[in-house]
Design a protein around this ligand. Sequence first.
Ligand SMILES: [Zn+2]
Length: 263
Amino acid sequence: MVRRSDDALILRRFRFGESSLIVHVATAEHGRLHLLAKGAYRPTARFYAALDLFDTLHLDWQESPGRDLSNLHAATIVTRRHRIAFDLERYRAALTVLELVDLVLQSGSNNAELFSLSRSALDQLASAVEPAQVLIEFELAFLQNLGLGPALLECASCAGPAPASGPRGAPRAAFSAQCGGRLCADCAAEARAIGRRVGTLPEAILREAARLAPQAASQSSAAPAEVSLLHVRDAVARFVEYQLQGRPKSYRTFLQAPQRNAP
Ligand SMILES: [Zn+2]
């Protein structure tokens, strides 16, 4: 038996027996863990009332070699994000952050950057930042962390320029989740010829997404485009859905709406 401790975020909780809980957590340095919190509902437990979603916790557990479930020994709250639970939009956005981490973080694997991205997204959701903006930034950073970030300004296939075209005032660029994002006219034609799905997105949406993408730190002085964050989020969420090959549960209501960027 080895005693370990680390900062953690709860991804899922299940009631176990009369008074215990099983929690799946993402940790800063030990990756994903499954922990048994014995007697979690007893007021005398060392982690009573500490195992809440959205808070950063410091956990102390005993690892048993060869077992997937470790015993939680103690839990303390490092950052309480009380505000999230009192605002439905923030609450839903925070669930999305946790669900995305839950979907990609496998047991036994570590992803320190993903942990830190989700912790900052939750910090922002507990502040005054617009939840849609927090989600767009988180989803783009999440995709980049997995090596799946969309090409937003250049062509995803040839890395060359991919100018938008169409009516003045509302130019659109070819875009294909299957091909990794924006496409130039030649690469779009090639992709269609081999049966890939290629649509179009408004140039303004792609520019705004690029402004909110993690590598855009140097361009952050660019003024925000006059577009609705919901339209940007629609494009990003559909890209995430394609890359994860399935619709995350917390996306259902949002993506059931008709394509917000349809021509
Ligand atoms: Zn191209």
